[in-house]
Design a protein. Structure first.
Length: 267
């Protein structure tokens, strides 16, 4: 079966080429037509057949012209009448040529199917030529240049009125406008030139004193707000607790003296 996908691997390409079926081999045996035949028949290429007159375009036998005597689709070769060479033993043999190295000069139209093929190709190529003729570039038409006076006449009414008002301004008014503009410019330049007096910088000692005052006043304010006032409790001499025996004993008992720890670690 014929494969529709394109094959990029050269090994597979050679396999398809040499194992191709007959209907594909027939197409691979095609050759280009001469310019006269191509214009008259409406085809560029056709498969080579027995009886076609052919001219060799490349190789050692370039320029040789003759009829096709045999077509060998098995080996993709054709044989021409008169194109032979002599062997060592004296016998003559035909030289084989590949159809791609050949140009068809005259067609053998004995076969009806071949005529049908040419007619079908003509019908396909006719609409393509008509489309090419229609697709020709159209010449650009240059527009006539309009004069300046004509353009002025075509201006809108509002622009015309503004132009007339501008013409009516007297020269004295223009001078006054220029003087006012100059005064404004002079004032602006003077303002730019007058430098601003920098603010008096405080010395380091003044800054430190002001910071300390702020800190102290802040602390006092916080302390006053946070801490409530303490009220001194009054004690009456009449309400003194009388001394008892237990209190007297506690006062008489002396605290024990702490034992000294020896240097060796014993108590």
């Amino acid at each position: 079966m014929q494969e529709t996908k394109r094959v990029k691997n050269p090994r597979k390409q050679r396999k398809l080429h040499f194992n191709a079926p007959a209907h594909i081999r027939h197409k691979l045996m095609s050759a280009p037509l001469s310019s006269e035949l191509a214009s008259s028949k409406g085809a560029r290429t056709l498969p080579v057949r027995k009886g076609d007159t052919v001219r060799i375009q490349r190789g050692d036998n370039k320029g040789f012209e003759g009829k096709v005597s045999r077509v060998d689709p098995k080996h993709y070769r054709i044989y021409l009448e008169g194109l032979t060479r002599e062997k060592v033993d004296g016998t003559n043999i035909f030289i084989s040529v590949h159809p791609s190295k050949v140009q068809i000069r005259n067609l053998n139209l004995d076969d009806k199917r071949r005529k049908e093929i040419l007619e079908r190709k003509k019908e396909i190529e006719k609409p393509e030529k008509e489309e090419k003729i229609k697709a020709k570039p159209i010449k650009k038409v240059e527009k006539p240049k309009v004069k300046v006076e004509e353009r002025k006449e075509t201006l809108p009414i509002e622009k015309k009125v503004e132009a007339e008002i501008a013409k009516e301004i007297t020269p004295a008014e223009k001078v006054a406008e220029k003087a006012a503009e100059n005064k404004v410019e002079i004032l602006q330049t003077e303002q730019k030139k007058t430098p601003k007096k920098p603010a008096a910088k405080k010395s380091v000692s003044e800054k430190s004193v002001a910071k300390k005052e702020e800190i102290t006043t802040g602390k006092e304010h916080v302390e006053k707000a946070a801490r409530p006032k303490r009220v001194a409790k009054k004690t009456d001499a009449s309400k003194k607790v009388p001394a008892t025996e237990t209190t007297k004993k506690k006062a008489a008992v002396k605290p024990r003296a702490k034992r000294k720890i020896s240097e060796e670690g014993g108590q």
